[in-house]
Design a protein around this ligand. Structure first.
Ligand code: PRX
Length: 655
């Protein structure tokens, strides 16, 4: 992994090649500067024009931005639209037979849906949901494998004005339960099975387990898509098969026109407390962010075959699978499986087979494929590619160079996109026909995004110094609130310490003398493990819920492939285990966390101590734990430590 120092000494610069510039939606650096300046001059006027040009309104808006309830901003708030109409119906007149989705299953089976097909399927399913009594404003949990049906389920909710909340299929029954109850969901849409890398995950049984945990009385229906053999007993009348539900439904469904600010979805993400936050997004502003970034960052062209590898359980799968590509009328690949099954050539084979032009994935996937050598991508025809993207975590310059040279053959710009669940769409990312690239930097903010770096008091810091990444002015796609917790929204993202004015992203960053942004990592107790966001507190709560554990502290350590690995320091209720015993307890606790949160949260390493390093006032000194986790010598001052001897114990990994 690159160190901070090595990133800041990165001097390679890749200007856009002439051929790309010529055809780009935003062509040449002057075009970028002009657009950025236009937004700076009059931010509402800038977004006003784009919202009119890019969204189809049922009732056009007359107001652009309302800041009177800062930081609960409202955009276009007397306008009405339907997001599903904007993704599907708008294309029926012009390109009904264009393929919207090429779906490749884990086992390689390919199915496709045109815009006409997809529209019909969404309408039918929307009518099915209505027949269950689901209507505008209801919350619906979606717990599905990657599939055309997952996209249909989300779009159908949007069509009837129900607010969806997708839960990643890798989350445990307990995590699912937490999200169902917090959202007060009326229905859960799921599948019997999920197939990934040749393994089967039983989603419906996790739903049953979650609903048996209690407090889920709001859930009236469970819709089950038959992905596998369907060998399961439905709990009638609560459960209904997807195919039964749509059997007699009409394939047309008048969209529910909703206000621009109507919550399209909530999506739970990790923060610095144990409880995940339900990030709430709007309809129009969110959609506008997805559309503009498709145009600016992905330089979308009607001939593109777009492929974002993210699961719809994450925000990337919302903006760049379900909404962005469909809103612009793209053909896209949706993939059920994993990059290494049946072998590590799978991604490259998919690109070759479906002639993918725009490929968007996470650094962790790239790093895991680098391991298999440059020969492997070389065996496939990747000449269809014209643009590569990266998301979810900092991409180290070596991985960037490999992606650029080995996958993109030094022809394709790499767009490193910095954004978050809360921002809804790209914030800092190259517009590739305009901006020269530097490996490891997400480059410059998009037009209309007033990104800056400030100190603890909210004052601008000089370029090159580093500080907190903030966005100074509102933007349409930003989260509107946290579901059911506006206070936490305000405190987390617009803290008084910074004067309450700016959106605090939670990342530290540096801006170099060319104005390029370099993201350094989180400033809070949030880990980024394989591009997945996890709170250390969440994992600690899961650990102490085990009958074996008295106390736990979790930190991250740099990892070659995953970006960050999870290290847990644990004090057991019984004696500190040794040898075989310690080994068995590690396995037991790792599985425990996996059951509590999901396999993504399973600690990579667990160490045992009789206590944790604490100050005399009882505060755990995490920075010492981070040093220990890295296997580095402690050079910090430990004089305030109550129990310095404990450090020796915690130095030792379990063999
Ligand atoms: O720390 C940043 C990192 O991921 C966080 C957001 O995580 P999440 O809400 O799960 O969204 C991930 C997909 C947008 C950020 O606070 N992050 C995301 N993209 C980048 C990044 N760090 C560096 N470079 C990026 N391109």
């Amino acid at each position: 992994m690159s160190t901070l120092k090595s990133i800041l000494h990165e001097t390679r610069v890749f200007p856009p090649n002439e051929k790309f510039v010529k055809q780009a939606n935003l062509s040449g650096i002057q075009a970028y500067h002009n657009l950025y300046a236009e937004a700076e001059r009059d931010l509402p006027a800038f977004w006003d024009k784009l919202a009119r040009e890019n969204i189809i309104w049922h009732k056009p808006f007359t107001r652009v931005l309302d800041e009177s309830h800062h930081p609960f901003f409202r955009w276009f708030d007397d306008g009405e639209l339907n997001v599903s109409f904007n993704c599907l119906d708008r294309h029926l007149a012009t390109q009904p037979d264009k393929i919207a989705i090429i779906f490749e299953a884990d086992d390689g089976k390919v199915t496709t849906a045109t815009y006409r097909d997809l529209h019909k399927r969404v309408c039918q399913f929307a009518n099915g949901l209505k027949s269950l009594g689901i209507s505008k404003g209801d919350r619906v949990i979606i717990y599905m494998p990657m599939s055309i049906e997952a996209v249909v389920a989300m779009q159908a909710c949007a069509r009837i004005g129900a607010t969806h909340s997708v839960v990643f299929g890798g989350f445990s029954a307990k995590s699912l339960h937490e999200r169902i109850t917090d959202a007060g969901a009326v229905a859960v849409i799921t599948a019997d099975e999920q197939h990934r890398g040749g393994k089967i995950n039983h989603l419906k049984s996790a739903v049953d387990e979650a609903l048996a945990m209690g407090g889920t009385g709001s859930v009236k229906s469970v819709v089950v898509y038959k992905r596998g053999q369907g060998n399961l007993a439905l709990q009638v009348p609560r459960d209904v098969w997807w195919h039964e539900l749509i059997k007699d439904q009409s394939d047309s469904c008048e969209p529910e026109w909703v206000n621009a600010e109507h919550p399209l979805f909530t999506l739970y993400t990790s923060g610095s407390t144990g409880k995940p936050k339900g990030v709430q997004h709007s309809s129009a502003g969110y959609l506008l962010g997805a559309i503009m970034s498709m145009q600016w960052v992905f330089d979308y062209k009607p001939t593109d075959v777009f492929w974002c590898t993210a699961d719809v359980g994450w925000v990337t799968g919302h903006s760049y699978v379900t909404y962005g590509p469909l809103a612009v009328g793209a053909t896209q690949v949706v993939f059920e499986g994993v990059p290494t099954f049946p072998d590590a050539g799978r991604f490259w084979k998919l690109i070759q087979d479906h002639k993918v032009t725009t490929f968007y994935t996470a650094p962790t996937a790239i790093r895991s494929l680098i391991k298999f050598g440059a020969d492997l991508p070389g065996k496939y025809d990747l000449s269809s590619l014209r643009l590569l993207g990266s998301v979810g975590e900092p991409i180290n310059p070596e991985a960037w160079m490999w992606y650029y040279t080995v996958v993109g053959k030094s022809r394709c710009p790499v767009v490193d996109t910095w954004w978050q669940t809360e921002t809804g769409s790209h914030m800092i990312a190259p517009t590739p026909g305009a901006i020269s690239l530097k490996p490891g930097s997400c480059t410059l903010p998009l037009p209309g995004i007033m990104a800056a770096i400030v100190d603890e008091a909210g004052h601008d810091v000089p370029d090159g110094k580093g500080g907190f990444l903030v966005i100074k002015r509102p933007f349409p796609s930003q989260a509107r609130t946290l579901w059911g917790d506006p206070e936490r929204f305000k405190k987390t993202y617009f803290p008084d310490e910074l004067g309450g004015k700016y959106y605090l992203a939670g990342d530290s960053a540096n801006r170099d003398l060319d104005g390029y942004f370099w993201i350094m990592g989180r400033i809070d107790d949030v880990l980024n493990v394989s591009g997945h966001r996890l709170g250390t507190m969440e994992i600690e709560s899961a650990l102490v819920a085990s009958p074996l554990v008295a106390e736990a502290a979790v930190v991250g350590k740099p990892d070659e492939i995953k970006g960050e690995a999870i290290v847990a320091f644990v004090v057991l209720k019984g004696a500190r285990p040794q040898g075989e015993d310690a080994h068995a307890t590690v396995i037991e606790l790792r599985n425990w966390v996996s059951g509590e949160i999901g396999p993504i949260a399973r600690p990579d390493e667990i160490r045992f101590g009789d206590n944790l390093p604490k100050t005399r006032s009882g505060k755990i000194m995490r920075r010492l734990l981070r040093t220990l986790a890295r296997g580095e010598e402690i050079t910090q001052d430990v004089s305030t430590l109550e129990n310095p001897a404990i450090l020796e114990q915690l130095k030792q990994p379990v063999a």
